[in-house]
Design a protein around this ligand. Sequence first.
Ligand SMILES: C[S@@+](CC[C@H](N)C(=O)[O-])C[C@H]1O[C@@H](n2cnc3c(N)ncnc32)[C@H](O)[C@@H]1O
Length: 266
Amino acid sequence: MMSSSVSEITPDGRQQGRMQKYTDFWDTDLAQDDQQHTENRRENYTDVVNGYYDAATLLYEYAWSSSFHFSRFYKGEGFTAALARHEHYLAAQMNLRPGMRVLDVGCGVGGPARQIARFADVNIVGLNNNHYQISRAIKHTQNAGLEGQVKYVEGDFMKLSEYFDENTFDAVYAIESTIHAPSWETVYGEIKKVLKPGGVFGVYEWGLTDRWNPDNPEHRALARQMEISNGIPEMRPLRDVRKALDAVGFEVLHEEDLAERPDDIP
Ligand SMILES: C[S@@+](CC[C@H](N)C(=O)[O-])C[C@H]1O[C@@H](n2cnc3c(N)ncnc32)[C@H](O)[C@@H]1O
């Protein structure tokens, strides 16, 4: 396994370039943003994702939290409590047990990994292809005194089996990260390889519901806005998630649509 040594960051030339060129991946005229643009974003997914996160990470930490995801929200619930509840819910659904070896795919700055490590008493490896986020994750984890329990690897989740042996992890989870993949089938296939036989994969996935209509220009515009404002090469229908899970040999044990069950927000 590869481990990372990371220094505090000042953007290098490549990062500066990626940030400056980020929006060039989309055509501002929706009618011109065709399949070729999508293919280009998929091929250059590393630059799309890193261009976005090199620029957005500190803002996320400042304005949101160190957990870069949405959650359900009870009336009167504290914001960070809701985020933590969302993470605990996933860990409980996955039946994580003390001492398990767990992979966090696309770990951000490690907010969920630290929370789940404490909650379930598991050992976590967080993987992320964004160098800056890995540096923040290591720092936050040291500050929390969790560096013995939560480690980080800098790498691309499309090539997990290059960093880890097959059948390494008791469980794998991904929180709102694999929508950044150019192909769900490839990333889920890589996850399946590094997961032990019978191991559980838990995922909070983003996708377009069946109510999204590709022939409706407003719907298409919404999908493009989600892409450009979140560093996503291509928004895809949720039914493709099920197809991809099935294709790589996962059996779906539990599924719920969080958008269909909104909480009672004050
Ligand atoms: C919305 S953030 C979620 C982060 C984290 N799961 C959380 O909930 O705090 C998506 C994450 O996926 C990571 N990511 C995207 N594409 C990746 C790739 N190809 N390999 C590894 N990480 C990737 C990003 O760098 C980012 O950390």
